[in-house]
Design a protein around this ligand. Structure first.
Ligand code: ADP
Ligand code: MG
Length: 236
């Protein structure tokens, strides 16, 4: 497999050019003339429900590919890679917190956090990774829940497991889809603090969709979907 990008410890930049995407039913079309996110930026994405925030993150992660235009992460044009290479790139470099969490009900908290290591041969599970998973769980307040099935957790606790899973492989780009959407005010701040701390520790770039306008001052930039779709890149 060709080497994809630089070391996992460098924050990744993102470039979108003349991007167009639509689902098969033709009901929705996303057009992004241009967007650049610099390495190590901490960007919040805001916009009404249905405006394409989740679709945008999935395009950047290479989960879906654009109908036209380019998605680049550092010097790698993700949108030009085949499925296997996009997947490999995502596993090695990107951490994702899905809006619907995507946890496996039959696994414990710890095993859900370690899931990327259990299913991808490109990641190697060892004692230090397990220690890191446990430490992340401790930091988000799940210290006593590590061996519990995730079905025995509250919605907010499940969200925190999803955040830990996205962080465990020390990604250089962290894409979070409403990562604090189900949390009470205290846990919201705690999870955001941890996200920001781990992003700083890894030297990663953060892009997070959020409806929590009180959290926006914690980000270095806010991208509003309305301006992004209408006229290209938001002013810095
Ligand atoms: P947001 O995250 O801003 O709420 P989404 O990116 O989830 O918006 O969705 C944008 C639009 O695409 C919505 O109109 C939604 O109904 C539609 N959509 C999302 N996923 C699919 C899908 N898998 N198939 C068809 N339409 C979809
Ligand atoms: Mg969404």
């Amino acid at each position: 497999m060709q080497a994809l990008g630089t070391s996992a410890r460098d924050g990744a930049s993102i470039d979108l050019e003349d991007l167009r995407y639509g689902y098969g039913d033709g009901e929705f079309e996303l057009r992004v003339p241009a967007l650049r996110v610099e390495a190590c930026e901490r960007v919040a994405v805001i916009g009404p429900s249905g405006s394409g925030k989740t679709t945008l993150l999935h395009l950047i992660a290479g989960i879906v590919v654009p109908l036209a235009g380019r998605v680049c992460c550092d010097d790698v044009e993700i949108s030009a890679l085949d499925d296997a290479r996009r997947r490999h790139f995502r596993i090695k470099r990107i951490g994702l917190v899905f809006q619907e969490f995507e946890l496996l009900d039959y696994l414990s908290v710890r095993d859900n956090i370690l899931l990327p290591y259990r299913i991808h041969p490109a990641l190697q599970l060892g004692a230090s990774v397990i220690a890191r998973a446990d430490s992340l769980a401790d930091r988000v307040g799940l210290r006593s829940a590590k061996d519990r099935l995730v079905t025995r957790l509250s919605h907010g606790e499940r969200q925190r497991v999803a955040v830990c899973r996205a962080l465990v492989a020390e990604p250089c780009l962290l894409l979070c889809d409403e990562p604090t959407g189900n949390l009470d005010p205290a846990n919201k701040l705690r999870v955001l603090d941890i996200l920001m701390d781990v992003v700083a520790e890894c030297g990663a770039t953060l892009m997070a969709v959020t409806h929590d306008h009180d959290l926006l001052p914690r980000f270095s930039r806010v991208i509003d979907m309305k301006s992004l779709l209408a006229s290209g890149e938001e002013p810095a």
